[in-house]
Design a binder for this molecule. Structure first.
Ligand SMILES: [Cu+2]
Length: 109
């Protein structure tokens, strides 16, 4: 009886040791803050397939608009987020439509 109990405990220990911790199923993502009329960081590097999330923290409205037309957030107000997944390698320049001096870049490797 005692041996059986020990065997059970042993089995449990083995099961707990080797049971995989639920792997986080999420793609990598990078965040860009939109703050004080700037994109922070101004330049981000991601791998193909990764997401970039822009978080709008300014009172003034902004956009995240690709120069090549590949993406456009539309008008973002404070608290809005915009996500784009970059599947192709390359260099993507973007701008805020309302404030052309606000520029940023995403490099996809
Ligand atoms: Cu702007």
């Amino acid at each position: 009886m005692k041996k059986q109990y020990l065997a059970l405990v042993l089995i449990w220990v083995i099961v707990l040791t080797f049971s995989p911790v639920a792997p986080p199923i999420r793609a990598e993502e990078k965040e860009v803050m939109i703050e004080n009329f700037t994109f922070k960081p101004k330049e981000v590097v991601v791998s193909a397939g990764e997401k970039v999330i822009w978080i709008q923290k300014d009172r003034a409205p902004h956009t995240v608009t690709a120069n090549n037309g590949g993406f456009d957030s539309g008008r973002l107000t404070k608290g809005d987020k915009f996500t784009h997944t970059f599947s192709k390698k390359g260099s993507y320049d973007y701008v805020c439509k309302f404030h052309p001096a606000m520029t940023g870049k995403v490099i996809v490797k």
